[in-house]
Design a protein around this ligand. Structure first.
Ligand SMILES: Nc1nc2c(ncn2[C@@H]2O[C@H](COP(=O)(O)OP(=O)(O)OP(=O)(O)O)[C@@H](O)[C@H]2O)c(=O)[nH]1
Ligand SMILES: [Mg+2]
Length: 365
């Protein structure tokens, strides 16, 4: 095993030195840039340092290099042969890791590479993108990009077909609760829906604030209740919620606001679950901000899944650079998509999710 450090003014030159001295099978361990000369690193000349290693170094004279060592499978120890060094094992690990990363990387060179690139640019997870693109070459000529994109668009529209808003029953009363992390827009969304269903659709609507933590949050919903002309009740326990639901049986729609809860706080989520269990038929919408990174949104949806939300409602589409989080989550969970909100204005900035519009956003270049 030979490890050597090469210094040069350019990366290209340093790499040439590595190739010449250690051969093509050399492994780069580390590279860094630094300033040579000057004062306290100022006005110095920028240099590049490359640390490389190889198991057998060919001479610079151009002798045939020794066959490369398979670091992934260290050779079985031969009698009297030296034990593989720690560095060798480290290199083996690094090579294996690299192989795994390369294996997971999208095959952008493949025929549907440009479509995959477009999906991934919009933060669609690789597994989701692959399932959307599976066998797409069988139904369309991939060398015709416009037609290929059209077919993909239809597949996305089909995927988003699982859209279902609030269906108010012709007879009886329906209770819908909105749960989710803090500040995602639950209360604002309830105000929008209350206005839509009461003023535009003419239903008898009531609101309930099951918001036990903050006075200001209750005040916020009370203000909307006054403006929209929809009655409001405030409850502090599951028993009170049960009583309020019974009292409002003459209302066709009861919208229940809940306190924003941290997905990390199991106690708070269990408390929320107890509220939702007071009646078997409370429809639950998990409210998520489209601006949340997929990894965090996945964590939120997983933690809130103990409350069994049937629907996902996405807010702040107007602020999001893409809607990848939405498609990734819906691919992961059996929930349907209900509404999307796209601004702060009550009651205007809300609509039933539109699969075609969402497909356009997913394929935004
Ligand atoms: N840009 C944008 N802002 C929104 C949207 N929906 C809500 N907001 C804003 O998000 C902020 C928080 O909204 P709230 O409705 O109070 O959020 P919440 O989920 O009820 O918050 P907590 O009760 O504290 O958990 C407010 O400033 C809203 O105006 C939206 O679709 N787009
Ligand atoms: Mg709120």
């Amino acid at each position: 095993m030979k490890v050597k450090v090469f210094t040069s003014a350019t990366m290209q030159d340093a790499m040439n030195q590595v190739k010449q001295e250690l051969g093509r099978d050399a492994v780069i361990l580390q590279t860094r840039r630094f300033k040579k000369g000057g004062f306290l690193g100022w006005w110095g000349k920028e240099m590049v340092e490359v640390m490389a290693a190889t198991d057998s170094a060919p001479a610079a004279t151009g002798r045939k290099p020794a066959p490369p060592v398979d670091y992934v499978q260290p050779p079985p120890p031969v009698e009297n042969s030296p034990k593989p060094s720690a560095l060798q094992f480290e290199l083996a690990g690094m090579r294996k890791m690299l192989e795994q990363v390369l294996h997971k990387m999208p095959q952008t060179g493949s025929r549907n590479g440009p479509l995959l690139d477009l999906l991934m640019k919009n933060d669609v997870e690789l597994a989701v993108a692959e399932s959307l693109l599976s066998d797409i070459g069988d139904s369309v000529d991939l060398t015709d990009p416009l037609t290929a994109q059209g077919v993909l668009r239809e597949r996305i529209v089909e995927f988003f077909k699982r859209v279902e808003g609030i269906n108010v029953p012709a007879a009886g009363s329906k209770a819908v609760a909105f749960i989710g992390p803090t500040g995602v827009g639950k209360t604002t969304t309830i105000a929008k829906l209350a206005a839509h269903f009461s003023i535009i659709k003419g239903y008898k609507v009531a609101m309930v604030a099951a918001d036990t933590y903050r006075i200001s949050a209750v005040e916020q919903l009370k203000t909307y209740s006054d403006i929209i002309g929809v009655p409001i009740d405030i409850v502090y326990s599951p028993a009170e919620l049960k009583a309020v639901l019974a009292k409002n049986q003459d209302k066709q729609l009861i919208l229940i606001d809940t306190t924003g809860r941290s997905p990390r706080n199991h106690y708070q989520i269990a408390e929320l679950k107890a509220f939702l269990e007071v009646a078997p038929d409370i429809e639950t919408h998990l409210v998520l901000s489209t601006t949340t990174k997929y990894k965090d949104a996945l964590d939120i949806a997983t933690k809130f899944s103990v409350c069994s939300p049937q629907k996902f409602l996405f807010t702040k589409v107007d602020e999001a650079s893409n809607v990848g989080t939405m498609i990734n989550l819906l691919h992961q969970f059996p929930a349907t998509l209900s509404y999307i909100t796209n601004g702060q204005a009550v009651p205007d900035d809300i609509e039933l999710a539109d699969p075609r519009k969402l497909a356009e956003l997913i394929l935004r270049d």
